[in-house]
Design a protein around this ligand. Structure first.
Ligand code: ADP
Ligand code: MG
Length: 334
């Protein structure tokens, strides 16, 4: 890869991946390496995520919520592969020591960790010149043969989404002053943004039923595209079937599309499964009390073998230029 052409985080990851492939040491018990929500070695799934002040969270965020979210986004990667939480490491870099802030932050992390029986087993703490940096590495257990890989979506698979999409982005748009919503709606959306629920039980229950999965951290289109590229397939989805909240349905159609198709931070699961598995999936979701929606299907790539997403709206193809505009507007985390 030409280093001058690197434009996004994915180009950097590709460069690191290519470079590491040429290195000599290859460990045979690594069953899944760079490219999925977790790496898998032996019967463990492992994943790491960074949260940086001013990039991933506002300085005035409630520290309890920040603690919760720091672990939740990591647990969400375990959910996406179908793993069960085991333990985690916490890296913390702080510009100063504020006892009350730290107490609340640790309660936010540890309360969520306790719910999922995920034990803090180590980490590192340093001072920082300016920003707060939080780095968590989670470890889960998994039967590697049943892991929900991004690369296993099959032609004709149904595409499913858990929960509702877009509220986190709507809260962000309001907070940034770009699109004002009423205070009751904002408070609900802020909870989605700051206190996401990792879909761990759903992920574990989908092992052996679903073919592929990813958690929606960057936005439906962007994350579904990861499944499609890894599986070398394409998708057709229906705008009307994409699940959005009451709060989002009260906004104009552009805002609805921006938040639901391209809003990050939802931490819902997007997964694919054979149509024959429909009843089993609906039954599992009902048992867990989780809403799921069938939003479309996997189709073959075009003749140039390029993965793409067609979005249908009222039986017509949604104007892709319009969707591109939405993507250009994306709030970049990178
Ligand atoms: P996620 O959104 O699930 O956290 P990402 O899109 O951030 O996943 O990353 C895609 C893949 O690239 C993952 O397998 C991740 O482990 C890998 N990756 C990201 N950054 C790096 C890095 N700096 N070095 C090696 N691998 C990386
Ligand atoms: Mg992920």
């Amino acid at each position: 890869m030409n280093i001058e052409n690197m434009k996004s985080e994915f180009d950097i990851i590709e460069l690191l991946k290519l470079t590491s492939r040429t290195s000599i040491s290859r460990n045979l018990d690594i069953k899944l390496g760079i490219g999925d929500d977790c790496a898998i070695f032996s019967n463990y799934a492992i994943s790491t995520d960074l949260l940086i002040e001013h990039v991933h969270f506002f300085s005035d965020v409630n520290p309890y919520n920040l603690g919760h979210k720091s672990l939740a986004v990591n647990l969400s990667d375990l959910a996406a592969i179908g793993a069960k939480p085991h333990s985690f490491l916490l890296g913390l870099s702080l510009p100063n020591i504020n006892n009350i802030w730290l107490k609340n932050f640790s309660h936010g992390i540890i309360n969520l960790a306790n719910i999922h029986n995920c034990q803090l087993i180590g980490g590192d703490t340093t001072s920082s010149k300016s920003n707060i940096v939080i780095s968590i590495t989670v470890i889960g257990t998994i039967d590697s043969n049943l892991a929900l890989k991004r690369s296993n979506a099959q032609i004709n698979d149904d595409i499913w989404i858990s929960g509702l999409l877009g509220n986190s982005r709507l809260a962000l748009e309001h907070k940034l002053g770009k699109h004002k919503i009423n205070i009751e709606d904002f408070n609900i959306c802020l909870k989605n943004l700051e206190l996401p629920t990792p879909r761990l039980e759903l992920g574990q229950n989908l092992c052996g039923i679903a073919n592929a999965a990813i958690d929606i951290s960057d936005g439906l289109l962007s994350d579904l595209e990861h499944i499609l590229k890894a599986s070398k397939v394409s998708a057709i989805i229906n705008w009307q079937d994409i699940p959005i909240s009451e709060q989002l349905s009260r906004q104009n159609i552009i805002m609805q599309k921006l938040c639901a198709l391209n809003g990050g931070d939802d931490y819902e699961l997007c997964f694919t499964a054979q149509p024959i598995k429909r009843n089993a999936i609906i039954q599992k979701a009902n048992q867990l009390g989780i809403k799921i929606s069938h939003i479309g299907n996997i189709i073959a790539n075009n003749d140039k073998n390029i993965s793409n997403i067609q979005i249908m709206e009222n039986n017509q193809m949604m104007d892709i230029k319009y969707v591109d505009e939405i993507i250009k507007n994306q709030f970049k985390h990178f």
